[in-house]
Design a protein around this ligand. Structure first.
Ligand SMILES: *Cc1c(COP(=O)(O)O)cnc(C)c1O
Length: 487
């Protein structure tokens, strides 16, 4: 044995202290300068090559490792912390949350359970989420990796409770009749993964047509439930979406809650996009009835701008929640006192070891207050209206869907082009804007029409950024349309 055992700690902390201070300074500079950098830029091949090297056998001093991070990682981000990033639907992160993640890792605690401060904070943040949504304090919940996992948790509890059998012991093979879950045709793709993972198969997720506003058609929903019952299937759960990915449409939560009560069905709300409207003074009315749900998925790494990853599942019936996941193997028995005396937080989901993702949410909420986050949500809604107005007022730009929240679907349409040509043209506009580092929007197809899509979920966006988007879309559109017609 060597005289001194090896450790991962440095022999001398001074270098690490200096590098760590440098990291914080660089991080703050990076955020201060974010607006002046391109939203995105492609990695040169020599940079990409670095990331395909095999595992290093020997060590490199930390300053050199850090240098590589700064030179080869930080210039090539996805771009979502930039004020002109509006793709898909994600948050723009925040500094305090990032420091929270750093401190959580320094503390290093495992949130699988136990009696320690981090576990208390985890429970407190779940409590705050309940408060924000308007759920009763006795309800249950858990922090997870994101919305997909939060939905899976809610739907798993729904499946077990509604199955009418001891599903955990007997499995889906023992079901008397095939279960059915109902969502609109706008439902997020994670619900498909969920029903598949739950052993029910994609067939168990009935896609109900949506109406002209992209909301679930309630007469069609009622019909589907009645017909399924008549043919021996087992209607179990309605998945209402509060903010669809395509257009931000919000299903009629009150009516769906009434229907669930009438039919004895579980009501799950996918609130990954719109659930947190509940804290916005102006937006709140849009999600009236959300708290009537049996389970809700919300996504703090979206409208609370927490650094990835953090989602939250809430379940009204705490016993049902725990009953779906609890396991107490002999090596995890609780003791009356000491470290193992706390709640086993792993009893509320699929993970055993859990990270301290609560801290980044807790610190940012403490620093800013929930009212500020609510105002920022209303600000995004106002920005979306601003963009929509600009689009309507700009010749050759077409508003493809009158959104109700912060998602704006539009396209450049100079007239006289086929749908296929318009799709090619707009896709090229979108990619050129990304490659030029100007702005990032994504695209989708709504009611058969291809369109560009800006999801303005960004506390750094200013109205002038949105003006620039319309100006650039037209500028690039004109250049490209010219090419099409002169070709
Ligand atoms: C983002 C989203 C999800 C998935 O959440 P992740 O955090 O990406 O796992 C589910 N449903 C809706 C409506 C979403 O917008």
């Amino acid at each position: 044995m060597p005289e001194i055992s090896e450790t991962l700690d440095p022999a001398d902390w001074d270098t690490h202290r200096a590098v760590a201070h440098q990291m914080v300074d660089d991080a703050i500079d990076y955020l201060c300068d974010v607006r002046s950098r391109p939203v995105w830029q492609e990695m040169p091949p020599q940079v990409r090559r670095q990331f395909r090297e095999g595992v290093p056998q020997d060590g490199t001093p930390l300053p050199k490792v850090y240098q590589q991070v700064m030179a080869e990682v930080f210039p090539y981000p996805m771009g979502n912390i930039h004020p002109r990033f509006w793709m898909w639907y994600m948050g723009a992160s925040n500094f305090t949350g990032a420091m929270g993640d750093f401190l959580a890792a320094i503390l290093g605690s495992n949130l699988g359970g136990g009696d320690h401060a981090a576990a208390e904070i985890d429970k407190q943040v779940v409590g705050w989420m309940k408060e924000m949504i308007g759920f009763p304090a006795e309800a249950s919940g858990t922090l997870v990796s994101g919305g997909s996992m939060a939905n899976l948790i809610g739907l798993t509890v729904a499946r077990n409770v509604m199955s009418g059998i001891d599903l955990r012991a007997e499995g889906v093979g023992a079901l008397c009749a095939p279960m059915r879950f109902y969502g609109s045709d706008q439902v997020h793709s994670c619900h498909r993964t969920a029903v598949e993972a739950m052993g029910l198969g994609d067939i168990a997720l009935h896609r109900v047509p949506s109406d002209a506003d992209c909301r679930m058609e309630l007469p069609a929903l009622r019909r589907a439930i009645t017909e399924d019952r008549a043919s021996g299937l087992h209607p179990a759960c309605i998945i209402a979406t509060a903010g669809t990915v395509n257009t931000g449409a919000i299903d009629d939560l009150e009516a769906i809650a009434d229907l669930c009560a009438e039919e004895g069905l579980w009501m799950h709300v996918d609130g990954c996009i719109g659930g947190l409207l509940a804290i916005a003074p102006k937006g709140r009315a849009l999600v009236k009835g959300i708290a009537r749900a049996d389970s809700i998925a919300i996504d703090p790494h979206k409208w609370l701008h927490a650094p990835f990853e953090v989602g939250c599942a809430l379940v009204r019936d705490a016993e049902a929640h725990r009953g779906a996941f609890t396991v107490t193997p002999e090596y995890l028995e609780a003791t009356p006192r000491g470290i193992a005396s706390g709640t086993w937080l792993h009893d509320f989901g699929f993970q055993t070891s859990r990270g301290f993702r609560a801290l980044k949410v807790w610190m940012a909420l403490k620093e800013q207050g929930v009212a500020k986050f609510g105002r920022l949500i209303d600000q995004d809604l106002a920005h979306a209206r601003h963009l929509s107005d600009r689009i309507v007022a700009t010749p050759n730009l077409e508003l493809c869907f009158p959104g109700v929240i912060n998602i704006v679907c539009f396209r450049y349409n100079p007239g006289g082009l086929s749908e296929a040509a318009l799709k090619r043209l707009n896709t090229e506009i979108m990619v050129l804007m990304q490659e030029g580092g100007i702005a990032a929007v994504s695209d989708t197809t709504v009611r058969g029409r291809h369109c560009l899509r800006a999801a303005i979920n960004n506390h750094r966006t200013l109205p002038c950024d949105l003006d620039m988007l319309t100006v650039e879309a037209v500028r690039l559109g004109e250049i490209l349309a010219q090419r099409v017609t002169s070709a």
